[in-house]
Ligand binder design. Structure first.
Ligand code: SF4
Length: 157
């Protein structure tokens, strides 16, 4: 079984670094693609949601930021359904795909769209984390859900 050290106590620094670099030069926002690729890569390699548990900078950021402020209420149960997660995944990828299509291949425009998506979903994650548990966002996160779907498909083989 794959064994990895847990780095989630410090990777929030990478998330803040990503924000700072992107503000300095929006093209750095393309680094956000790593946060889309790595969870899926690990899941395809049979490591399940190891990215979420051990590495994810945004997950680490949510834990770090909201640990003391979260009201820790239960999320509405509809948000935990596969139908909701699938719909949200499709919505986010549709927004991402439309942004790429409309960019005309301009890296700065793709990066701006990606950065806007990261900021919008992070604000949603922070809002959810204040009312519900600090990592509630991870219940509906499209990349976490994608990793889950891949891991389950591998188990069925
Ligand atoms: S569910 Fe999404 S935000 Fe949460 S740890 Fe996984 S990839 Fe990161």
């Amino acid at each position: 079984m794959y064994n990895a050290r847990n780095h989630s106590n410090w990777t929030w620094i990478l998330f803040l670094g990503f924000i700072a670099l992107s503000v300095a030069d929006i093209r750095f926002a393309m680094l956000g693609l790593l946060c889309m690729i790595l969870p899926v890569y690990h899941a395809i390699r049979g490591r399940g949601r190891i990215h979420c548990a051990n590495y994810c900078p945004r997950g680490s950021f949510l834990t770090r930021t909201l640990g003391k402020f979260s009201m820790k209420a239960s999320m509405p149960s509809f948000m935990k359904t596969n139908a909701f997660r699938n719909g949200f995944l499709i919505l986010i990828f549709a927004i991402f795909g439309t942004n790429i299509y409309l960019s005309g291949g301009d890296i700065s425009r793709i990066a701006t769209g990606l950065f806007s998506l990261v900021i919008a979903t992070t604000l949603l994650g922070l809002t959810m984390g204040i009312f519900y548990r600090e990592r509630s966002w991870c219940t509906i996160c499209p990349m976490g859900h994608s990793s889950n779907l891949i891991a389950r498909a591998r188990e069925r083989k």
